[in-house]
Design a binder for this molecule. Sequence first.
Ligand SMILES: [Zn+2]
Ligand SMILES: [Zn+2]
Length: 305
Amino acid sequence: MDVGQGDALLIQKDGQNMLIDAGENKYGKTVYDYLQKNGVTKLDYVIGTHPHSDHIGGLDDVINGFEIGKVIMPKVSHNTKTFEDVLVAIEKKGLKITSPVVGDSYDLGEAKWTVLAPNGEKYDNLNDYSVVIRLEYENNSFLFTGDAEKQSEEEILKGDISLASEVLKVGHHGSASSTTDDFLERVNPKTAIISLATDNSYGHPHKEIIEKLEKNNIKTYRTDTHGTIVASGDGKTITFEINNFSKEDPQSSAKDSREYIGNKNSQVFHSKECNQLPQEENRVYFKDKKQAKDQGYRPHSVCIP
Ligand SMILES: [Zn+2]
Ligand SMILES: [Zn+2]
């Protein structure tokens, strides 16, 4: 999900749902709305990767808003109101926090996810407490790293849990303090996803990370330029769709998903390849056929979208 400078990821499989982080406090409603829109009523798992506000900020809204199964958070506290709010929400619901144990696996429908970090008990850097998990379903695999940095990556590399993943959620918003050469080599992803805001004050993503991804021919999607990113795996291949769900300006990212083109006057919609497309000024764009039909548009009889 595009939550500006922060992380929020929804994973759905066979009617089960899992949320990893929920962005800053102010994005609580954004995350809540996105989950609702995607038919979530229960979150089987909620992971708060580590107590920084850009990860756990919106969690209280989510915990209050849905039925919750397991809440997984690392064994570390943080003296902030945001962190307190999350603990209060957990307690009010009578939930308990499950500590991540490296090697533990959980089912999400027919998919399975495994905890890879944190491996230690004590870190100087809160980011290294990040819960890192690898999710797999048949031949599809994803690695979600939170803000884990070099130290945690090195510890993961020493472990014997398989690390290779087709999709990598790049650590710490593309900061150079994460994604070491060794780590990237072992994960060996085809696609990378970076979650961050445009013009953030940290200079993320750092140039060296982008160069590293390019050098390794890793296709990269970024929430600052692409908005919300949807990856769908069928057990064989993973396909990506850039969603036009965006927190600030839904129109700005809609242009990335101009799959179908409608004619405002005739209320007919076309596939974008049709050779009878309407004049620019009469066009309206849809991301999918459902959106076009929901707005009362009929499919064009020639291109039959
Ligand atoms: Zn962060
Ligand atoms: Zn952090």
